[in-house]
Design a protein around this ligand. Structure first.
Ligand SMILES: C[S@@+](CC[C@H](N)C(=O)[O-])C[C@H]1O[C@@H](n2cnc3c(N)ncnc32)[C@H](O)[C@@H]1O
Length: 259
């Protein structure tokens, strides 16, 4: 693959989504120039949505991004015919920040692991032992809420950077506050020295840096488990396939002894 191809392949989805809208718009502009007959306004909007969503699908963006590609032109088209109060856009921006802000720099969006992954994680935490388990990027708290009451002796902690997502996870894990807490902040500042098992469901972008952090801070023999995203150049000790999305799996990386 060319250098551009690999940068494009691992680049942030938001850039691909914007590029799809821009290309769709340029194509329609040329079409309008070549065939200047009058088409109904909403047909142009529908064409823009269709082109942007098709490009997004072709570039491998997930279903939510495709829905987003359709909603953006429709919302803009609607807005052209309506006066929108000045507070609407800053409020939307604030909501986007509260939900996705934590993952913008790490290039990690919010999506949730499922109960099949949590069940597999449970089998990796020995019963009756005081293991310390962290979910790096705890999202809405699903994994920790599912594990904390089934392993009451273990200690669970989640780190989440997006404020609203953190609040939901914190509320969700309140019933298990004896052995589970959710901390607001960046996973990069969370010390891993006392952790027996670190779980992360992030994206391809931060995996190399995460491995470096884990190898520097975690004790040899402890586990870093990545949901679906490989650490480049490192062979996992074990791979557990998960049902559902193609390629979904847990990848188990054992922290090696440092030379
Ligand atoms: C894909 S979700 C996974 C959620 C959860 N672990 C699960 O398995 O359901 C990743 C989460 O990591 C959070 N995140 C991204 N970068 C982060 C960072 N630097 N520090 C803390 N959380 C981060 C995002 O806000 C998002 O909620």
């Amino acid at each position: 693959m060319s250098r551009f191809g690999s940068i494009w392949g691992s680049g942030p989805p938001v850039l691909k989504a914007l590029a799809a809208q821009a290309l769709g718009f340029l194509f329609l502009l040329s079409l309008a120039h070549l065939f200047p007959g009058r088409l109904p306004f909403w047909l142009w909007v529908a064409l823009q949505a269709l082109l942007a969503a098709s490009l997004a699908a072709w570039w491998g963006l997930g279903p939510w991004w495709r829905v987003f590609q359709i909603l953006v032109p429709v919302a803009l088209g609607w807005q052209l015919g309506h006066a929108v109060s000045a507070w609407v856009y800053p409020s939307l921006l604030a909501v986007v920040f509260l939900v996705f802000g934590g993952g913008i720099l790490t290039r990690v969006p919010l999506y949730n692991s499922g109960s099949a992954a949590w069940d597999e994680l449970l089998t990796l935490i020995p019963e009756g032992e005081r293991w310390r388990v962290v979910d790096l990027g705890a999202g809405l708290g699903g994994p920790l809420a599912a594990l904390a009451h089934r392993r009451p002796e273990a200690r669970f902690i989640g780190v989440e950077a997006s404020p609203l997502v953190w609040l939901i996870a914190w509320l969700r894990c309140l019933p298990w506050k004896k052995n589970c807490r959710i901390q607001a902040g960046s996973l990069w500042r969370f010390p891993l020295a006392e952790i027996d098992l670190a779980f992360a469901f992030l994206s391809p972008a931060p995996m190399a840096a995460l491995w470096e952090k884990a190898c520097t801070e975690m004790k040899p023999g402890t586990l870093l488990i990545s949901h679906s995203f490989q650490i480049p150049g490192v062979e996992p000790e074990r791979r557990i396939s998960l049902p559902g999305r193609p390629g979904a799996c847990l990848l188990l990386y054992r922290i090696p002894k440092m030379p």
